[in-house]
Ligand binder design. Sequence first.
Ligand SMILES: Nc1ncnc2c1ncn2[C@@H]1O[C@H](COP(=O)(O)OP(=O)(O)O)[C@@H](O)[C@H]1O
Ligand SMILES: [Mg+2]
Length: 242
Amino acid sequence: MTLILCHAAKGGVGTTFVAAQLALSIAQRGGQVTAVDFTYQDALKLHFGLLPNQFAPGFAASQTEPLAISDVNLINGFAEKDTEEFLGRVSAAGLPVHAGDIVVADVAAADRSLAELLYERADLHLAPLLPDPAALASLTRLAGDTPISSREKTALVLNQLDDRRKLSRHSHHFVRELFEDQLIGTIRRDEAAPEALAMFEQLAKYAPSSVVLPDIENLTDAVLNRCGIVLAQDPSDMREAG
Ligand SMILES: Nc1ncnc2c1ncn2[C@@H]1O[C@H](COP(=O)(O)OP(=O)(O)O)[C@@H](O)[C@H]1O
Ligand SMILES: [Mg+2]
């Protein structure tokens, strides 16, 4: 199992969005992906085109009745995440998924205890961030008293960049200068992202020319690289194969 933990210190910064788009992108390249929503909100599934009244199975139910959308195995881990059985299992052996899976976990900002537990098992921790003062200030709260620079598995993703806004440009420079390579990716702001959600459609289908999509592709390259994952299939091969 390769575990990619998506968790930020502040909500509303695109953690669920990044988790979903990354999972879809890795699956499109032929990776065996499981995306787990650990949040009460249950919004991850919306990025896959599911409706609010359509539910992904828990870990146990997914063994017998898995739900795969666009080749991503979807699980809602909220009900199981605080049980003794689950916590024991994670500490001892990792998440209850297929051994070869690349797992993308969406953890709510407030759920520090689960984030820390999964961080121990994670290959990479992605922390999305917005170019706004409250999100930047939340960086000091990301890992308790531990500075981000000493958290080797933590990588920042600056989301919703807009070069027309001065604060956005300056934030980008600031974060790049302060964290250098720990800033693993940037994603531009595009209204099509929330619009796709409102239409209950996947972004790639709703807005195939969205500027967000090439940014996600670059992020996927960087993430796979950091995790040492080489996938047999790349998107260009798939296009050739039709
Ligand atoms: N790059 C982006 N451009 C425009 N809107 C975005 C972008 N990333 C996320 N959003 C929107 O911001 C809102 C919050 O994102 P979400 O992933 O739910 O945040 P979190 O999980 O951190 O609370 C959603 O409506 C989402 O569609
Ligand atoms: Mg969320």
